[in-house]
Ligand binder design. Structure first.
Ligand SMILES: Cc1cc2nc3c(=O)[nH]c(=O)nc-3n(C[C@H](O)[C@H](O)[C@H](O)COP(=O)(O)OP(=O)(O)OC[C@H]3O[C@@H](n4cnc5c(N)ncnc54)[C@H](O)[C@@H]3O)c2cc1C
Ligand SMILES: Cc1cc2nc3c(=O)[nH]c(=O)nc-3n(C[C@H](O)[C@H](O)[C@H](O)COP(=O)(O)O)c2cc1C
Length: 421
């Protein structure tokens, strides 16, 4: 569920405030930073109005001298829920507000589109000719140090001392126990394991509210806090709560802290983990065909969608690997799921061999069929590394152009989604 936003004390009406704080947040952590900033500015004698970015209405800010925008980013540079409509409203203005603006992005450098939504807001503000109070800045993984540094710069711009001491709320972790592991890819220098953990026992509170691991689906994210670091790493879930277990696919990175720990786990060992919902990457309930495209560990959530496809929706899976004998993850299950009608078609692309073949090559080879499916309403879901995703996007754009479709258009309809890392 979504975390409620904190109560903002001394929140002044929009028409009376000198400073307007606008917040773009999905899971609530940015509201915590906004509350700290609101309190510090109020303490310094200012009148401050804090509200969601979606309420942006500059004609109401009659006494404002400055507007501060704090915004997180989701998906591939998408707006968080409380910022919906902001860019359209800004775009629709005849002229930019007089009060100068500062945009601060909240994000996570492990995502390719780092703070991309806040960046888009800053770019749109500049394009409108909106006067700038501070240059665009970002906060990585809720870093209190980054925030304090930005606060001092804001203080200098306002001619006040501003010390922002914000302690982010850390996710509540649970102990998960490994049940089984299956190893792949050692022979092709890509050691990868399918790790299955037992479902932790849900409390009554979790069952009622859907918190913790009570409800989740393939494509949601498992946050794991490795030993020796406070920064969680994310892994895409290959199972849903109905499967009765928690499964991820992990590739061991050379010198990698978390992947190193995960790939040496033995059954009975524990990890500290929490759930992050990823509603932008769900297979959905309708009957439209699915085109699933992934390589390497990216196969995890796609395998989860196939496993859950009891209603036999048509699924076409494109899977890139190095060698059929080494890293064909879920190879046995896929043939069982095909027989059961949960998977209509599996196309593999093998990159180590006489004729190296990547998943985007397989797509191009099937270009006409792919274009036909998409024209008839199919949904495309891509998961895996960013190089693969870039290659796939390129191939799809070429395949779809002759039938008059673009990736931008499909994205806007929610028919092209990515989980890329
Ligand atoms: C949305 C999302 C979904 C993801 N899903 C998955 C998934 O399903 N499966 C999966 O396997 N991963 C997934 N990842 C990636 C995962 O979160 C981690 O980034 C990955 O496991 C590396 O973490 P680490 O702690 O092992 O590496 P870190 O210790 O954080 O190191 C980061 C990088 O630096 C390199 N490095 C570190 N120390 C050294 C050194 N001394 N010498 C050379 N290189 C070094 C490592 O090789 C690694 O590539 C996902 C990421 C995101 C953002
Ligand atoms: C599903 C998901 C997708 C995310 N995508 C991005 C992204 O594309 N770029 C980025 O910089 N951060 C991304 N993040 C990180 C969040 O933006 C970051 O954690 C932020 O501090 C969350 O703020 P909030 O709790 O107010 O929503 C993502 C987080 C999740 C859970």
């Amino acid at each position: 569920g979504r975390r409620a936003r904190p109560r903002i004390r001394d929140n002044q009406p929009a028409a009376r405030a000198e400073t307007i704080l606008l917040v773009g947040s999905e899971l609530g952590s940015t509201w915590g930073f906004a509350a700290t900033l609101h309190a510090a500015l109020t303490e310094a004698g200012q009148s401050v109005h804090t509200a969601p970015m979606s309420t942006f209405a500059p004609n109401r800010y009659v006494r404002a001298n400055r507007i501060v925008v704090l915004a997180s980013t989701y998906g591939d540079g998408d707006a968080p829920t409380s910022a919906k409509g902001f860019l359209d409203r800004l775009e629709a203005l005849d002229q930019a507000p007089d009060a100068a603006v500062a945009v601060l992005g909240f994000g996570d450098r492990s995502f390719p589109a780092y703070c991309a939504f806040a960046g888009a807001v800053a770019a749109a503000a500049e394009a409108k000719g909106w006067p700038e109070l501070l240059p665009f800045e970002t906060i990585d993984r809720q870093s209190p140090q980054d925030f304090a540094r930005w606060g001092r710069a804001l203080g200098r711009a306002l001619g006040i001392e501003l010390e922002l001491a914000h302690q982010p709320v850390l996710p509540v972790t649970e102990k998960l126990t490994l049940v089984s592991r299956r190893d792949y890819g050692v022979e092709v220098q890509a050691p990868t394991a399918i790790l299955r953990f037992a479902m932790p026992r849900a409390t009554i509170w979790q069952r009622l509210t859907g918190r913790g691991f009570a409800r989740f689906a393939a494509g949601d994210l498992l946050g794991i806090v490795p030993e020796g670091s406070a920064v969680p790493r994310f892994y895409s879930l290959a199972s849903g709560d109905r499967d009765g277990f928690i499964e991820i696919v992990v590739k061991k990175h050379l010198g990698g802290l978390c992947s190193g720990q995960l790939t040496t786990l033995e059954p009975g060992d524990h990890v500290s983990a929490f759930l992050r919902r990823n509603p932008g990457f769900r297979a959905g309930q309708d009957r439209a065909p699915l085109i699933l495209i992934g390589a390497g560990t990216g196969i995890g959530p796609l395998a989860g969608f196939v496993r859950a496809n009891a209603r036999r929706r048509p699924v076409h899976l494109f899977f890139g690997m190095r060698h059929l004998d080494s890293d064909f993850l879920y190879g046995e299950e896929f043939s069982i799921w095909q027989t059961a009608g949960r998977l209509q078609r599996l196309v593999t692309a093998v990159s180590r061999g006489a004729r190296p073949h990547y998943v985007q090559d397989a797509l191009r080879a099937e270009g006409e069929e792919v274009a036909r499916l998409v024209r008839n309403g199919a949904r495309v879901m891509v998961c895996g590394g960013r190089d693969m995703a870039a290659g796939v996007a390129h191939a799809l754009a070429d395949i779809l152009a002759p039938v008059g479709l673009t990736l931008v258009g499909l994205k806007a309809e929610g028919r092209y989604v990515e989980d890329v890392y």
